[in-house]
Design a protein around this ligand. Structure first.
Ligand code: CP
Length: 328
């Protein structure tokens, strides 16, 4: 694996290989072997042009637990504010010895440009680009679902398993969600049946062609499909304005949105007993998810965060520590 730019880069076998490697990484962490020597002498650059809490800290933790050196770069406070281009910024960081660049960027396609422009010779990992892709989020979500819903006594992490037969509902602001796009692709690759549930105004043009079904009625999906996992999406108010949702905000209004698409105690009770609740974070409590749902025993939201470290350790390991054919 040379780069990880999109969930589409992962076929079923490769996705399972990453999830299984993540399970091994998690096992080392559980044994309190916090630091592995695997990437000693390698340098990982976190190049973040957009805000992040979970992803940036998670990649930093993952790289450090593999003994890599880490350079954290945030566009705010850097020479980007003086007009420095992505090319010059990336080449500057490579000149400092980067072996991998983890990039988050508001422009869809920026990681792809970096990987295929010839500007740098490093591996590139997409940590979220615009409304396009967030492949490591999809991997950590799949890891969390697999562990909870396919794990057994003898195989608590569900190692080797895919997600065949599981029903996953992804609910909310699909229009702006790179998490939804990545998850639809990866969950489908792993055999899950995915249903997107969203107001019609927050469904992207072309979503009809995605490998999932689409509904505009959350209560009907909960009652009829009885999903095994429900993934609530963040309403991305910062990306609303100047697009089809209207410059003044989003439609439906926040109150209507919560009534029709919010996960609350009543809807939580409609789920089957084994069902789990996911959210990529950061959450808008009281908008797409109530505090009761977010803090319920079914919610695996903090577990997603913890699993993100193991998944990103696995991705960095497979990118940097193995000589493999190019995927992307
Ligand atoms: N899930 C996610 O990408 O969160 P951050 O924006 O905090 O990284």
């Amino acid at each position: 694996m040379r780069h990880l730019l999109s969930a589409a880069d992962l076929d079923r076998a490769t996705a399972i290989e990453v999830l299984d490697a993540a399970a091994q990484m998690a096992a080392t962490q559980a044994r309190e072997i916090k630091k592995l020597p695997t990437l000693r002498g390698r340098t990982v650059v976190n190049l973040f042009f957009e805000d992040s809490t979970r992803t940036r800290i998670s990649f930093e933790t993952a790289a450090k637990r593999l003994s890599a050196d880490v350079i954290n770069f945030a566009a705010k406070g850097s020479s980007v504010s003086k007009g420095e281009s992505l090319k010059d910024t990336a080449q500057t960081l490579q000149a400092m010895g980067a072996d991998a660049v983890v990039i988050r960027h508001p422009a869809s396609g920026a990681p792809h440009r970096l990987a295929h422009s010839g500007w740098v010779g490093t591996s590139v990992v997409n940590a979220g680009d615009g409304t396009h892709q967030h492949p490591t989020q999809a991997l950590l979500d799949a890891y969390t679902i697999r562990r909870h819903l396919t794990g057994t006594t003898g195989n608590p992490d569900g190692v080797g398993n895919d997600l065949t037969g599981l029903r996953v509902a992804i609910v909310g602001d699909v229009l702006h969600s790179r998490v939804a796009r990545s998850n639809v692709q990866l969950l489908h690759t792993l055999g899950a049946e995915v249903t997107l549930v969203s107001p019609p105004t927050l469904v992207p043009v072309g979503a009809e062609a995605w490998p999932c079904s689409i509904s505009y009625h959350l209560d009907a999906v909960l009652a009829d499909q009885q999903p095994d996992a429900i993934m609530m999406l963040r309403v991305q108010r910062e990306r609303m304005g100047g697009d089809r949702t209207g410059a003044t905000g989003f439609f439906p209004s926040p109150l209507e949105y919560t009534r029709s698409f919010g996960l609350d105690a009543r809807r939580l009770r409609m789920l089957p007993d084994h069902a789990i609740v996911l959210h990529p974070g950061p959450m808008n409590r009281g908008l797409e998810i109530s505090a009761e749902a977010a803090d319920s025993p079914r919610a695996v939201i903090l577990e997603q965060v913890a699993n993100g470290v193991a998944v990103r350790m696995a991705v960095l390991y497979l990118l940097l520590a193995q000589e493999r054919e190019t995927l992307a």
